[in-house]
Unconditional design. Sequence first.
Length: 186
Amino acid sequence: MSKYLRLATFVAALAFSAAALVAPRPVFAESAAGLERDADAALASLYEQTPSAKVLAEKAKAVLVFPNIVKAGFIVGASYGEGVLYKQGKWAGFYSSFSGSYGLQAGAQAYGYALFLMTDSTVGYLGKSEGWELGVGPSIVVLDAGKAKNLSTTTLKDDVYAFIFDQKGLMAGIGVQGSKVTKISK
């Protein structure tokens, strides 16, 4: 066996082992109630850790929360998770988030993200589309801790704001651009 093939086999085994370790709860929720519970807990944690997210939620028309996305890859990668759409603080639907990638990558990671939909047209776009590819359609801004501190109601001008939270694992780089969000039944 060539040393490159052994290295590739080792890295693949490491990536899938890491994926098993970083996923604190199942990727596929057992039930609608389980997914709702996970989403409620994720939002509460996000609001506690990032108070500007709570302020943003008060201005948003809807919030789409994916409490647990699992991403793994070795040259070819994929991520998947399920989430809940909240309108006026109440559950309004279930969605999946999927992305695929190809390139120099190896590892596994688990994380959550929340999308704050700021306009009625953005909520309408999500509702009428056959799946929304993030980065296509309404403009989206991914907020990190530094940007979130400077966020105020006077600086809000984009269609969608995203917060990525609870990152665990061994994979470089993370983003929501290129993820496809699709309505699902629970």
